[in-house]
Design a protein around this ligand. Structure first.
Ligand code: HEM
Ligand SMILES: CC(C)=CCC/C(C)=C/CC/C(C)=C/COP(=O)(O)OP(=O)(O)O
Length: 303
C-alpha cells in the first residue's frame, strides 16, 4: 500500500466523502425541522418549564431513530431512486455506498436510538419511535408504489415524532398534544402536494403512485393541498384556547393569519397549478411550520 503524501491525501478525501455520504443517507435537512418540532412539543408539554436534559435526550434519541428510518427507506427504494432525477445521485443508487453497509448503518442507528430513548426518557417515546419507524419503512415506503393514499400514511409517520417529544416530559396525551400532532399531520398535505406536482414526471418514472401522477390534471393534488390547509387553519388555533376563560388571543390571531397565508398559497396552487405557485406553496410551508410552532414557545400562556 502506498504511503506517500499524495496517497495519504487521497485516502483522507475518500474517507471524508464516505462520511458525507453516510450523513446524506440520514436526510439531515428534513431531520433538522423534525427535531425542532420535537423540541417544541417537549417544551410545550412541560408548560414552558422543561427539564432540559430530558428534552436533549428525546431529541438525540429521535434523531437516531429517524435517521435509521431514512437510511432504511433508501435501502428499500434504490431501484426507484435510480430512475428518478431528484434521487439518482443519492449514495446508494449512484454506487458510492453499498446497500449492505447502509443497512448495517441504519440498523445500528435505530438500535442505539431505541435503547437511548428507553434508557433516558422511558418506554412511551421509545414505543412511538418504533411504531413510527415501522410505519415509515415497512408500510409507507412500499405503499408509494401501490396507491396515492401513501401520503396520508407518510403524514402519520411525519407527525408521530411530536408525540415522542410530548411523552418524554408528560405522560398524558390531552387535547393540546393531539392538536400538535394534528398541526404537523395536516401541514404535510400542502407541503408535499407542491413537491408531488413539481416532481410529477420523476415520480412517474420511479413508478410512484402520487396524486399528481394518478391524476395528471393536478386537480386531486390541488384539492388535497387545499383540504390540508383548511384543516391546518382550524387545528392551529386550538392550542390558543387554553382554559376557556383565558384564551390566548394573540396566539389565535397570529395562527389565523399564518393559516390564511397557507390557505391562499394552496388555493393559488389549486387554481393555477404551475411551477411558480407550487414553488411558492413549498416555500410558504417551510417558513410556516417553524414560525407557527415557535408561537407556542414565545406565547406560552395559552398552555
Ligand atoms: C408525507 C410526508 C412528507 C413527504 C412525502 C415529504 C417529502 C419531501 C421531499 C420529496 C422533499 C424534497 C424536495 C426537493 O428536493 O425539492 C422534502 C423537502 C423537505 N421536507 Fe418534506 N416531506 C414530508 C414531511 C415532512 C416533515 C414531517 C418534515 C419535517 C417536519 C419535512 C421537512 C422538509 C424539509 C425541511 C424539506 C426541505 C429540505 C431540502 O431542501 O432538501 N417534510 N420533503
Ligand atoms: C422517529 C422516526 C422513525 C421518525 C421518522 C420520521 C420521518 C423521517 C418522517 C418523514 C416523513 C416523510 C414521509 C418524508 C418523505 O419521505 P420520502 O421517502 O417520500 O422522501 P424521498 O422521496 O425523498 O425519499
Amino acid at each position: 500500500m502506498s504511503t506517500g503524501p499524495a496517497a495519504l491525501a487521497d485516502r483522507r478525501s475518500g474517507m471524508k466523502q464516505q462520511l458525507s455520504d453516510y450523513l446524506e443517507l440520514t436526510k439531515p435537512k428534513i431531520a433538522v425541522l423534525l427535531l425542532v418540532c420535537v423540541a417544541i412539543a417537549g417544551f410545550y408539554a412541560s408548560g414552558g418549564q422543561p427539564d432540559v436534559l430530558r428534552l436533549i435526550n428525546v431529541i438525540i434519541g429521535t434523531a437516531l431513530v429517524a435517521a435509521s428510518s431514512c437510511v432504511w427507506n433508501q435501502c428499500l427504494e434504490v431501484h426507484a431512486d435510480r430512475r428518478m432525477e431528484r434521487t439518482s445521485r443519492r449514495p446508494i443508487p449512484s454506487g458510492r455506498l453499498s446497500r449492505y453497509s447502509s443497512a448495517i448503518f441504519g440498523t445500528l442507528l435505530g438500535s442505539i436510538g431505541v435503547a437511548y430513548l428507553l434508557a433516558t426518557v422511558g418506554w412511551m417515546p421509545a414505543l412511538i419511535g418504533v411504531l413510527t419507524w415501522v410505519l415509515y419503512v415497512c408500510i409507507y415506503t412500499p405503499m408509494k408504489q401501490w396507491t396515492p393514499w401513501n401520503t396520508t400514511v407518510g403524514a402519520v409517520a411525519g407527525a408521530l415524532p411530536m408525540l415522542m417529544g410530548w411523552l418524554a416530559v408528560n405522560p398524558t396525551l390531552d387535547l393540546k398534544a393531539i392538536s400538535l400532532f394534528a398541526i404537523l399531520f395536516f401541514w404535510q398535505f400542502p407541503h408535499f402536494m407542491a413537491i408531488a406536482w413539481l416532481y410529477r414526471e420523476d415520480y412517474e418514472k420511479g413508478g410512484m403512485q402520487m396524486w399528481s401522477v394518478v391524476d395528471r390534471s393536478g386537480t386531486k393534488a390541488g384539492l388535497q393541498a387545499v383540504s390540508g390547509a383548511m384543516a391546518l387553519l382550524l387545528v392551529s388555533v386550538v392550542p390558543g384556547l387554553g382554559y376557556i376563560a383565558m384564551p390566548n388571543i394573540t396566539y389565535m390571531l397570529l395562527s389565523l393569519f399564518g393559516g390564511t397565508v397557507m390557505l391562499i398559497a394552496s388555493l393559488r396552487f389549486f387554481t393555477s397549478r404551475d411551477e411558480k405557485t407550487a414553488r411558492q406553496l413549498l416555500f410558504a410551508s417551510l417558513l410556516y411550520l417553524p414560525i407557527q410552532l415557535g408561537l407556542l414557545v414565545i406565547l406560552p400562556s395559552g398552555v
